[in-house]
Design a protein around this ligand. Structure first.
Ligand code: SF4
Ligand code: SF4
Length: 345
């Protein structure tokens, strides 16, 4: 099953010639990060990983507003309220209110997955009220990956590519919908000032008026127009809009997916540092690249991992079987490689 939201899934499927499948370990409806076992730093069931306020590009805002599905009523209501507030609503996107954006780096250090004050406004009793239309960051985030760090890298590359596409498509839609050059320019100037930490002499009312130009007061209509423009775009259209940066990121993703996810085992492996989190029955739970993404290993096999000292895998597996009496499957060895617990030499 395609893991990406509608439209984005179709683009990436065409780019890769295959869909990006769901991550089975990230069991969102029964949140894998909220369970008492394994013993990791758990998330809050009231927030899960939605302690984040996404920047929805203009055409996705339009998609949320245009969707008549009763299940999306809450998402539409929240989007409308945020557009009315004017805080974070520009012709390019609907982003977090300024106060949230400023506090986010500090709050997210310890509060990610836990702090109710950081909860996304679209979160609705354990579910995302704009699930079909979520943007690049939400669409590509998982707490755990079936292929460990290799899977994480594929999703990170997908996110980078989709963010560039979102920006390019949003600009194209804004211009196509008839936003004035001066209005777009004011957004660029104010964004740059915010990034540089300077505070230009404009009130928030001025900021909104400048950004919207003649569309002020008709913001919902504007976002709907953007969605009408973006809806028919296929992969080739968006790749063209994303220019050389999009092209480079698409090539990198193709290689990461088709080459990086190869299931072939490296010839020689060496054991790396890993963390032991606990033991249950005959299993020990360990992690490598990410303290939340666990690997279950037979208790006797964990001790035998020290035999991976850079020699040929076949030689080490044979030695483990003869000397330790443990059968370590090639599949388990590959899982340990995916999690950077064993690394090629
Ligand atoms: S991705 Fe988020 S909601 Fe899904 S299982 Fe992980 S923490 Fe829970
Ligand atoms: S938009 Fe949806 S998935 Fe993203 S943070 Fe909000 S509730 Fe979670």
């Amino acid at each position: 099953m395609d893991a990406l939201p509608e439209q984005y899934g179709a683009w990436i499927r065409e780019a890769l010639g295959a869909p990006l499948a769901r991550e089975n370990k990230a069991t969102c409806s029964d949140c894998a990060m909220c369970k008492p076992w394994p013993p990791v730093d758990r998330f809050n069931l009231d927030t899960k990983c939605c302690t984040f306020n996404p920047a929805l590009p203009n055409f996705r805002v339009g998609a949320v507003l245009a969707d008549e599905d009763p299940a999306g009523a809450r998402g539409r209501e929240v989007a409308r309220a945020r557009i009315r507030s004017g805080d974070g609503a520009t012709p390019l996107e609907l982003s977090a209110p300024r106060a949230y954006a400023l506090a986010y780096p500090r709050l997210s250090r310890d509060g990610f997955g836990k702090d109710r004050d950081m909860l996304c406004p679209f979160y609705d009793q354990g579910n995302c009220s704009i699930w079909k239309w979520r943007e690049a960051v939400c669409g590509t985030y998982f707490c755990k990956y079936d292929r460990g760090d290799k899977g994480r890298q594929v999703w990170n590359d997908t996110r980078r590519l989709l963010l560039v596409i979102e920006g390019a498509v949003a600009r194209w839609c804004a211009l196509g919908a008839g936003i004035e050059d001066a209005a777009l320019h004011s957004i660029v100037v104010l964004d740059q000032a915010a990034r540089e930490g300077s505070t230009p002499e404009v009130t928030s009312k001025d900021r909104v008026e400048r950004a919207w130009g003649s569309w002020i007061g008709r913001e919902e209509e504007f976002y709907l127009r953007c969605w009408e423009l973006a809806k028919p775009l296929g992969w080739k259209d968006v790749l063209k809009l994303a220019g050389s940066e999009g092209d480079e990121l698409a090539r990198a993703l193709w290689s990461r997916f088709h080459v990086g996810l190869s299931k072939e085992l490296p010839a020689k492996l060496r054991l790396q540092a890993f963390t032991v989190h606990g033991a249950k029955d005959r299993s020990v739970v360990i992690t490598g690249y990410n303290g939340a993404d666990m690997v279950d290993v037979d208790r006797d096999a964990v001790a035998a991992l020290t035999r991976f000292d850079g020699r040929l895998v076949e030689v080490v597996l044979d030695e483990i079987a003869r000397r330790d009496g443990v059968t370590l499957s090639r599949e388990k060895v590959r899982e340990l490689v995916d999690h950077n617990i064993l690394k090629p030499v």
